[in-house]
Write a protein that binds this ligand. Structure first.
Ligand code: NAP
Length: 297
């Protein structure tokens, strides 16, 4: 939603993973090459053993020379090895397993959140909710898919021009509160807005003009004079800020996405939809979406 990711000069996790993968592939191919050489030598030895040295000449399973069966079985194992190296490991290897795990964990997290919301509130939870006072005009602004997907690999999953325009129009001139990871997904701070970045790192370096705070409370305090401060993400911050917000500006993107970060479910007992506007897909927008405004009941 806000621009391309910052490039870090040092080798990052992604590069390490690529190097690891390349090393693994080289090892797999080396082992295959050794297997091939051993097969060639072994097959010649088996043929000579039977035809020249006459070993077990009269042993003819299924009416075939035994070396034909032995070499055939070995050839089958060699083809299986080739298939594993070039097909199974390439497409369904460790990387594939990892990405499947990430998807699974994200799905499970989403399910857990749904179950938590369905659980009846305990007395303690009721007390906690009662003590948290929503802050007037504190607005959450978010774009989420049909399954509340909001991001993947610290980036957005779509590019929707008119949603960006609306984001700009609504947030310009205001404080925008965000988690450190969302801030790092920007190329540079957005113009005409006061950035409040939340991080537990006391000496996290931010550019001049950007405010660094160490808690959500401090972020809200930093924006106290603003008539409408915005919480702009990401997943961790939305979750923590939900009880304090009094309005949600949601862009519901009408599709499902592969994601690793999600927006919390909007509890219809606490939030009322007060406005909605549908936007069709077109040459600038790959997906249809709706601008939905919710007010705390
Ligand atoms: N679709 C949308 O509208 C939208 C909007 C925004 C972001 N996103 C997406 O969301 C993803 C990023 O979300 P995220 O959940 O991974 O990260 P995030 O919420 O942006 O940032 C998490 C970081 O915030 C800091 N933090 C969180 N809670 C804190 C607390 N209570 N006190 C102090 N610091 C705290 C920590 O920073 P430290 O580790 O430095 O301590 C933590 O690692 C990206 O994919 C981004 O593109 C989507």
């Amino acid at each position: 939603m806000f621009g391309k990711k910052k490039q870090k000069p040092e080798i990052d996790q992604e590069q390490f993973a690529l190097i690891e993968n390349a090393q693994r592939r080289v090892k797999q191919k080396k082992r295959l090459y050794i297997h091939f050489i051993i097969f060639l030598i072994g097959a010649i030895f088996l043929i000579l053993a039977n035809t020249v040295l006459g070993i077990a000449e009269e042993f003819k399973p299924f009416g075939l020379e035994w070396f034909v069966i032995a070499v055939g079985v070995w050839l089958f194992l060699l083809f299986n090895h080739i298939f594993n190296v070039f097909v199974t490991n390439k497409f369904m290897g460790k990387d594939w397993e990892k990405s499947q795990m990430v998807k699974l964990v994200a799905k499970q997290q989403n399910k857990i959140e749904t179950l938590k919301e369905q659980l009846p509130e305990t007395n303690l939870q009721k007390k906690i909710t009662a003590t948290v006072k929503p802050i007037k005009n504190l607005t959450i602004i978010v774009a989420a898919g049909e399954n509340n997907e909001i991001g993947k690999d610290n980036n957005l999953i779509w590019h929707l021009r008119d949603d960006l325009k609306r984001f700009k129009a609504l947030t310009s001139g205001h404080h925008i509160i965000m988690g450190r990871k969302t801030f790092e997904s920007f190329t540079k701070p957005l113009p005409n807005r006061t950035h409040v970045v939340i991080s537990r790192q006391k000496n996290y370096q931010v550019p001049e003009g950007v405010l660094l705070v160490n808690s959500l409370d401090d972020a809200i305090d930093a924006a106290i004079g603003d008539s409408q401060p915005f919480i702009i993400g990401g997943g961790e911050i939305y979750k923590q800020a939900m009880p304090f917000a009094s309005k949600i500006e949601l862009t519901r993107v009408h599709s499902t996405f592969d994601a690793d970060t999600f927006f919390p479910k909007i509890n219809k007992n606490e939030w009322q939809e007060i406005d909605s506007k549908v936007h069709d897909n077109n040459e600038h927008h790959n997906y249809a979406f709706s601008f939905l405004t919710y007010k705390r009941i």
